[in-house]
Write a protein that binds this ligand. Sequence first.
Ligand SMILES: Nc1ncnc2c1ncn2[C@@H]1O[C@H](COP(=O)(O)OP(=O)(O)OP(=O)(O)O)[C@@H](O)[C@H]1O
Ligand SMILES: [Mg+2]
Length: 467
Amino acid sequence: MAEIVVRYEPRGAVQDLFRSTDPEVLLSGAAGTGKSVGALMYIHLACLATPKVRALIVRKTHASLTASTLVTFREKVAKEALAAGILHFYGGSAQEPASYRYTNGSVIVVGGLDRASRLLSTEFDLAFVDEAIEVTDEDLDTIVSRLRNGVLTHQRLIMATNPGHPSHHLKQRADSGRCRMLYSKHEDNPPLYQNGEWTEYGRTYLARLDSLSGARYQRMRWGKWVSAEGLVYDGFDPAVHVVDRFEIPGSWSRWWSIDFGFTNPFVCQFWAEDGDGRFYLYREIYITRRLVEDHAKTILSLVQRDGSWIEPHPRAVICDHDAEDRATLERHLGLPTSPARKSVRDGIQAVQARLRPAGDARPRLYLMRDSLVERDPELEEAKKPASTAEEFPAYVWAVRPGGVLKEEPVKSDDHGMDALRYLVAERDLIGTGSVRSPARAREGRPSGAAARYGRPVVGSSAQRVAR
Ligand SMILES: Nc1ncnc2c1ncn2[C@@H]1O[C@H](COP(=O)(O)OP(=O)(O)OP(=O)(O)O)[C@@H](O)[C@H]1O
Ligand SMILES: [Mg+2]
């Protein structure tokens, strides 16, 4: 085998990971403390040191793993070894999941739990679950049940996460003693902190985190498991409202809702409405620093092939009021747009009503997992919400001096929230601000823009949802 030198200085929580043998370890901490690099390095070094180790690296979805954790693995952890040919990537087949294969026979299987059956059909010595806060307790138990390959003396489940709500099942798993929680700090990350002081890069990085607010600030800056106070949509529960992707029948109506932005993100939400008036967000553009005409090109490339529509026309394109942006968008899309009903309080009430379970015990609004067309690296770097789903836990009521909540939300990181409100207001608010009951909304009388701009709904067969 070729020789390589791997330079890595494990500190703090990651050092504890390397020194311990606990069967379950959770690296918990603020943003960018080195959790993912540490866990990936542990797995990589184990595979290099011992032949025939079988390891697993997973996230909730295949798409999220590929976009983040595996980039870190390739560029920050296994770069030299990949260049030296000590391991190579195997893209997988219909029968076998993708993997990194080492020349000594060790293997790291990689994938998302959305494709779990293929992934978990064999046994492992080590598993790393990145962003573990996204996965269920059952997912973790299933992975633990596969940890019995027996090549390494200690079979281990390693998890990394930013903290969340204090009653989250991961926190409970740690509190009950099932897994050992190791708190990772910014000081543990050498590029941020050297010789007892912050580096220039470290100071810049922390300053960016200091601009966050509320629970997100406590979690991302300080690594605390805190609940969000004064949430506008406290009825939003990712376990209920975020659902796996499915094929949307071609007969369902489509709605596009847009909040313009350049320095702030431009948000275009694509919604499908089922026969009972339930909304599903199935695709989303959420991007900063791009011109409206370029967004229009992206949108058309998503809904058309060779100039023909591959999904139904939207019943309305509901927009923020900026006249110039609307005109540009209409010109480049070749579609009319309609101005959003922007009243905040009744719009919020209408969204809250949709999030609550209706008579059939199901809410009337859902977000499909992995709806983002493209993740904005600038927002990611700044630890800002980078999708509508990520705005929910950061969308809070403003507070008056003295601690009394105002009847309006804090106006930051609310671009997806605005677009969502525009859509729901369009469907559920009639006249001047009264909330239409879900039952009346179901009657489906096209309101406002839909009546004015309604287009024929094309395509009736089920279509594959391409984001
Ligand atoms: N021990 C280390 N030595 C050198 N660089 C490191 C080390 N740990 C982390 N880094 C650097 O810090 C960056 C952030 O690390 P990492 O992605 O592991 O953080 P994280 O805690 O997983 O962040 P997040 O909370 O966003 O998931 C890495 O891309 C890498 O450049
Ligand atoms: Mg990470």
